[in-house]
Design a protein around this ligand. Structure first.
Ligand code: MRU
Length: 373
């Protein structure tokens, strides 16, 4: 696999995920499990390889998972030439159902796969398989391109929240690695820096898989942004010392009332921010909202391997046989969130009415009605 030089900050950031070639092509991802010490690409040529890459967090972060799944659906239809009535649609259903099992929490995965199905629905008896698969590829590339534009717009809106000379705290990784490019929470920092603002980012390391330490710290360093890494348990003290003027995090799924699932530890941070009177913002594209569920109780929380807690990065840190609870996400109640930074602007105050109004164009009317009844 190609490897990159990590000694120098890179000028143009590497691409998290890319489709290489025509509809017979493949998916190239950065293997995020190897960062920050190795920037290596991994080529996925089958739907099984994409499923594995999503499950193992080689590609991760809600928007990037959606893009990977969309491209995975194309891989799943590679070489499918059966023209028997119903065969193409049946195979696509299988592929999509399989990809849906890769991870449960980030709604972008399901949103992207629904889009992939819709783009050929009703056409599978009219067009030959080759043309249908080309359509799927165009849709996947469209999802990627839209995400790129949404991230830029989120950055533009979010930069306004970062005061000159302020400290901002973030959790997990909601940067260019978690999206097609630029990120959500980190997009706000990148845009503020491009506007010449001076500020400081506090980076939670994010136990147990250290997405903050491994990925966010790496991205901020690559872009030359002032940042300090802290253990998750240090956030309260840093806030008490008056060093944090805003918290900005990403999201994996936002319910209709604004309850938000994000990396485990986010809820605790929101409570801390509330206790210290620090504004707490969630930056996310429209594709991360799930208006079909009324509140966070309906968000499935991924449970991960206990060894992530007991044997982090190959080192045993807990006694054999100890019971472990390892939810990968938590749900922050809407009342602790001061605003959503979306590509459409800031949603504030956080109410179901404001969320539905902001997303009215994006979220299909039928689904809204279904959610209401
Ligand atoms: O388990 P991960 O690394 O996929 O979790 C990622 C997060 O929780 C991110 O904060 C979220 O997906 C937002 S990414 C723009």
């Amino acid at each position: 696999m190609p490897e990159a030089d990590l000694s120098e900050p890179c000028r143009s950031p590497p691409r998290t995920i890319a489709w290489i070639g025509d509809s017979h092509g493949f998916v190239r991802i950065i293997d995020q499990t190897l960062l920050p010490t190795r920037l290596e690409y991994r080529d996925c040529r089958t739907v099984e390889e994409i499923w594995e890459a999503i499950r193992m967090l080689r590609v991760r972060g809600a928007p990037a998972i959606g893009i990977a799944a969309a491209m995975g659906a194309v891989l799943g239809m590679h070489g499918f030439t059966d023209r028997t009535r119903g065969a193409y649609w049946a195979r696509l259903q299988e592929v999509v159902a399989y990809l849906r099992t890769s991870r449960p929490t980030a709604v972008n995965l399901f949103w992207a796969l629904d889009r992939m199905q819709r783009c050929v629905q009703g056409k599978t008896e009219q067009l030959p398989p080759e043309q249908l698969t080309r359509r799927l590829l165009d849709e996947a590339l469209g999802i990627e391109e839209e995400d790129r534009r949404m991230s830029r717009a989120i950055g533009m809106h979010g930069a306004a929240l970062i005061g000159n000379g302020s400290g901002v705290l973030t959790h997990c990784n909601a940067g260019g690695l978690a999206t097609a490019d630029y990120g959500t929470a980190l997009a706000c920092f990148f845009a503020a820096a491009e506007q010449g603002r001076q500020f400081h980012v506090w980076v939670d390391e994010t136990r147990p898989l250290l997405q903050g330490a491994r990925l966010t710290a790496w991205e901020l360093r690559e872009r030359g942004i002032n940042a300090t890494l802290i253990c998750d348990s240090m956030a309260a003290q840093v806030m008490r010392e008056g060093k944090v003027q805003a918290v900005i995090v990403g999201a994996d799924r936002i319910a209709a009332n604004g309850d938000t699932a994000n990396k485990i530890g986010t809820y605790g941070l929101a409570v801390l921010a509330h206790a210290h009177d620090i504004p707490f913002y969630v930056a996310a594209p429209s594709s991360t909202f799930d208006l079909s569920i009324p509140n966070g109780d309906a968000i499935p929380i991924e449970q991960r391997d206990p060894r992530e807690v007991t044997h982090g990065f190959g080192q045993q840190t807990a006694p054999d046989g100890i019971r472990v609870y390892n939810p990968a996400f938590d749900v922050t109640p809407a009342r602790f969130i001061d605003g959503f930074v979306t590509e459409r602007g800031l949603i504030q105050p956080v109410t179901e009415r404001a969320i539905r109004a902001a997303l009215a164009e994006f979220w299909p009317v039928a689904q809204q009605e279904q959610a209401v009844t």
